[in-house]
Design a protein around this ligand. Sequence first.
Ligand code: F6R
Length: 366
Amino acid sequence: EKGGYDHFMLKEIYEQPSAIEDTYRGRMLVKEGIIKMSGIDDHLERFLNANRIIIVACGTSWHAGLVAEYIFEDLARIPVEVEYASEFRYRNPVIGKGDVLIAISQSGETADTMAAIKLAKENGAFVFGVCNVVGSSISRITDAGAYTHAGPEIGVASTKAFTTQITLLTLIALKLGKEKGSISKSDFYLYLQEMDLIPSKIEKALEANKHIIEVANHYKNSRNCLYLGRGYNFPVALEGALKLKEISYIHAEGYPAAEMKHGPIALIDEEMPVVVIATRKGHYEKVVSNVQEIKSRKGKIIAIVTEGDEQVSKVADHVIEVPDTFEALTPLLTTIPLQLLSYHIAVMLGKNVDQPRNLAKSVTVE
Ligand code: F6R
């Protein structure tokens, strides 16, 4: 059932190329140059006329929501707010007709996310669900939705659910961007073509596995770990840190790279590994200077870089490459090495990777 892998988590990490293909198959028609999604097509006006989109979710799904915020604002020019479902439901939010709420949930059973949906509906908002589990509670109480089609995710630590959520939300943003004219037709086609290459680029990123095992071996006894990223890769930093803490029980924090100097830089010494996402597209020069700041304080740097990178590679202690892609699609690639890194560290520490202590696959209580 684990298909020859030692753990479900590893199997699910390796399933990402095909899971992402399953997400966009039949929806993204590259030759025709269209994106077909009935959940959007049937309610197109609601989305196009939305005052704003509010995304609610928990945990890893919330991180996918943060990536989506960048993508929606960038490509579709619709204002987006991303909220923890647990906070949204208890803070008397200003929401009503004309607002679209997107709820993201792998399991489709998360109690806080359900409660946020009910609150939004009571206030007249239109609710769209992004779920993986077909027929789940959330998919039944939303006004419309789309499934990620990632297949069953058994490992408690979410992996393929995250990248397929991002894929699906990217398709929605592209579709709305095209309808609104906020993205040109030619850019739209280029995005479809590039998205179609993502599964093979993930295959390529997975080839770093052996090297990542060596890196994991270096850092498995760390007490803390910092993850930094900017722009589209800031949420990836948060997700990388969550993956590490939940399965290896090493304390980890994700930060926007530029926030480091407002506090966390005080933590940096030779004992502190810092994982920096420094792909060539997106604030590269600024991240390079953040990396130098860490280096001059003797921090240990593990950099996720674009293939062929030279600048960061000169300074970093370890470099893990991912293929080049459009900036908006980089999270789909940069997430991969971070999943593998936490997986290998947890395995080396003898932790129960698929069922970490105190955690459940679906959180049906608040
Ligand atoms: C992290 C993880 C959790 C879930 C969260 C939301 O790896 O698994 O943080 O992402 O409990 O779950 P869903 O997406 O099912 O609503």
